[in-house]
Design a protein. Structure first.
Length: 214
């Protein structure tokens, strides 16, 4: 049964989402809560607010993802698949060629992600590897939610990816300071939007990232 909070995705994000997509998001939410009894996917204190706290929070990045020049998105430290699984479900009817690559080194979490990909027939790939040990990776977008601080994500992008266009990150109430501090060591352009689920948070889309000469 579709939760009323899932219906709000259409209203909040201005999306034309099918009933099938809404059903998939609802089923995914239930799967997380069920699996959370066995492994730590999300904080148990957020189980009752999962639709707002995790599903809508993940879905709000769709406006940065649903672009003509984006076909591959790489989710770092995927965990339960937030935001990657949500984005895969939303993008499935929009662009068949869109692909999500998940990096999650935990065996049990990787198994859960594989189950979700099969369940919802998503064009995705699970890489149960340590992202810090990978090299020469290619993607259009690097996305991360609650994985590592911005400076570390920048280092991963610089050291482990051969090609990427954008980085999408969630920043908390000190987000502006974090960006200002990063500009001391890096040059980049960015677009920001206020989070729909937290008044103090930002979502940023970073492009043209380059490390400044020492």
């Amino acid at each position: 049964m579709i939760d009323s909070h899932i219906y709000k995705i259409d209203k909040i994000l201005g999306l034309n989402v099918s009933r099938e997509t809404l059903n998939d998001l609802d089923d995914y939410s239930e799967a997380i809560v069920k699996k959370n009894k066995d492994i730590n996917l999300i904080s148990k204190t957020t189980e009752k607010s999962i639709k707002q706290r995790h599903i809508i929070d993940s879905a709000q990045t769709i406006e940065f993802i649903d672009k003509n020049d984006i076909n591959i998105c790489t989710d770092l430290g995927s965990g339960a698949g937030l935001p990657g699984i949500v984005l895969s479900i939303l993008m499935k009817p929009k662009k068949q060629a869109f692909k999500l690559i998940f990096y999650e080194k935990s065996y049990h979490k990787s198994i859960f992600l594989k189950e979700m990909i099969k369940k919802f027939n998503l064009n995705s790939e699970i890489r149960q590897k340590n992202i810090f040990q990978e090299r020469n990776l290619n993607t259009d977008v690097i996305i991360s939610r609650a994985f590592k601080p911005l400076p570390i994500i920048f280092q991963i992008a610089e050291n482990n990816f051969k090609n990427f266009k954008y980085i999408i990150l969630y920043l908390g109430k000190t987000g502006k300071k974090i960006l200002d501090d990063a500009l001391k060591s890096w040059t980049f352009d960015y677009k920001e939007k206020k989070s729909l689920t937290s008044k103090e948070s930002l979502i940023v889309k970073i492009s043209n990232l380059r490390k400044k000469n020492a």
